[in-house]
Design a protein. Sequence first.
Length: 413
Amino acid sequence: MNYKTNLQWKGLRRDGPDKPRPLADAVLRLIWQKHQMSRAEIARKANLSRSTVSEIINEILPLGVVAEIGEGPSKGGRRPIMLEFQDDSCVILGVEMSGTHIVIVMTNLRGHIIRSESADHPVRKDPQGTRELIARLCENCLNHKSRNGRPLLGIGIAVPTPINPADPNRISKVVLPDWCEKLELSFLEDQFNVPVMIDNDANLGAIAEQWWGLGRKKNNFAYIKVSTGIGSGHIINGEIYRGSNGTAGEIGHISIDPKGKKCICGLNGCLATIIGGNAILERVKELSIDFPDSSLVGKDNTISLVWDAAISGDPLALIIAEETATNLGVAVAGLINLMNPSLVVIAGELAHLGDHLLEPLRDSVRTRTLISSADSVEIVTSELGPNSVAIGASTMVLKTALNDSRRIPRVSA
Ligand SMILES: [Zn+2]
């Protein structure tokens, strides 16, 4: 099966005469959701005739993602043949590109990680080296024996910059100035012969929460990733909200202190200048004079070392954790007043702080929100772990394939 596609947002086009099959795709999604179903159950749930369901199943079976697995229990008549979604029939690669690090996960069709690869890299300064590293880590995953010969469905890539759905190759120069406004990742489509999809990292973190995490069954929630940079993804009425040109969710560039430090975006006192990675490390230096016994004094610190120190009770780190939670609370309160979500999920390295973050954050939010919105919102930390954005990138490919089964390679052909 040859996928020849252009790097584009929605229409990962495969050359060929196939027309869209919305009914078959709806049945495929239903089987994915229920794991196992008989043709009669599908007919009932999808409100289709038995003969239509049989025709659709005949179209779906050659894809290899659904298989007949034998007879199920009888409900009066003949025992039905059960159909089962084959979670392990294909693999997907999900890539997270952060400012300093690449993470790649190879997942099955249920978001389970089969293999992962990661490497530190100066992503901001070295675009070409980053592209080559992504390709190499993808190869490593695909060549690993755990793939077991399964076809690759596609590659999803999370990038730390806003993405305009109309032109995902073109990026703003604010976050990655050395990339000269071009991602140029389409070579991966030729190298691996599959569709490549790209989105902003916080949007994909939100998708991971919506499919596999605390955002399941929530139609309106916000996801905020706080690591070196800060971004947010917003699920509104069940879908990612992108805004008019894809830059929705830049919560890190809400100005908390108009007289504060200059931000990379040109504004003053953005949230990122107060709780972003560099700001945290500078604050450690400032406070070191008052806390000479702190485990952080005189060290080459990273943000995760600072949050680890807070968890172990280091007084300097605890002060910074509380300040960070309070400042984040100013932005989260604004978000809650504006959007009235039922859930706010905090992810990224800051989420390691757990209750050290959540208690002062909730206090900060409570004093700044309208009573009715504060009462109806839960503020939690993500439970999906450090690979959640890469899993979200893989989920974007899965979601796209379940919405258009023409993108699924026919394993049994
Ligand atoms: Zn800014």
